[in-house]
Design a protein around this ligand. Structure first.
Ligand SMILES: NC(=O)c1ccc[n+]([C@@H]2O[C@H](COP(=O)([O-])OP(=O)(O)OC[C@H]3O[C@@H](n4cnc5c(N)ncnc54)[C@H](OP(=O)(O)O)[C@@H]3O)[C@@H](O)[C@H]2O)c1
Length: 240
């Protein structure tokens, strides 16, 4: 029997790459990055579907291909690709605001729309949206980023209810996860002084590992998590 297919957006590095490593044995992966050549690992036996998610035409084409090339065997999608362009709001150019809204919020919504149609036909499927701890706590100089991530939590909860309202519900689950500070290329750029400040807020007294997020995702995709739906799962070492 062929393995169920799982889409991971932003699978070239960081959390998405760690998810690819952990999920590689159990699923056939559809690995996404902004460019095909950015996917350098886990290509064998899997599929690559590239698109710059800040580009509306590429996003539309991506959704079309996801449906036509992978719709039959699609079991789950993980909307993981994201960007953080940290800046005081008054200095944030509109272009950067649009880009964060497009990549972090519009793209997951459009990709979920495609997947939700597919899952509706089979009455089965899982959507995991990667939010962030700052969606719940707020963070200076990340107001737009935090807004996009908070949007993902509300979107996930609403879509989980919509599956039930459409009577499609019982095996369609929509979740979000909110990682805390995890060591990935996204957080390498944080200055040491800032990192010290964040560490003081984390009872675990360390940044998380990408694998710790990936293992949680693997559990959430599995049948063992069949009763977890609409939830936002914090994975943050107790961050407050
Ligand atoms: N690291 C953390 O501490 C942390 C905490 C909370 C939430 N998160 C969230 O977790 C997710 C993964 O973060 P990460 O730390 O793994 O980030 P990362 O190392 O910077 O990786 C980001 C991924 O997103 C893709 N991406 C970025 N812009 C894109 C675009 N315009 N079109 C298509 N793909 C694009 C990148 O693909 P390319 O290589 O092709 O650019 C890359 O695969 C993000 O949504 C982030 O907001 C991270």
């Amino acid at each position: 029997m062929s393995k169920p297919k799982v889409l991971i957006t932003g699978a070239s590095k960081g959390l998405g790459l760690a998810m690819a490593k952990v999920l590689n044995n159990d699923y056939c992966l559809i690995l996404h990055a902004s460019k095909t050549e950015n996917i350098t690992q886990f290509r064998e036996g899997n599929h690559i579907l590239a698109a710059d998610l800040s580009n509306n035409e590429e996003l539309k084409d991506f959704c079309k291909k996801l449906k036509s090339e992978h719709g039959d065997e699609l079991y789950a999608i993980i909307n993981n690709a994201g960007i953080a362009l940290d800046k005081p709001l008054t200095f944030q150019p509109e272009k950067e605001i649009d880009k964060m809204l497009a990549v972090n919020l519009k793209a997951p919504i459009m990709i979920s729309k495609t997947a939700f149609k597919i899952f509706g036909l089979k009455n089965k499927g899982v959507i995991i949206n990667v939010s962030s701890c700052v969606a719940e706590t707020g963070n200076a100089f990340q107001s737009v980023y935090a807004a996009t991530k908070a949007g993902l939590i509300a979107f996930s909860k609403s879509l989980a209810k919509e599956a039930a309202a459409l009577n499609q519900g019982h095996e369609i689950r929509v979740l979000s996860i909110s990682p805390g500070f995890i060591a990935t290329p996204m957080t390498y750029a944080i200055p040491e002084s800032e990192k010290e400040k964040y560490l003081k807020m984390i009872p675990a007294q360390r940044f998380g590992k990408a694998d710790e997020i990936a293992e949680t995702v693997a559990f959430l995709l599995s049948e063992k998590a069949a009763y977890i739906n609409g939830s936002n799962i914090d994975i943050n070492g107790g961050l407050f």
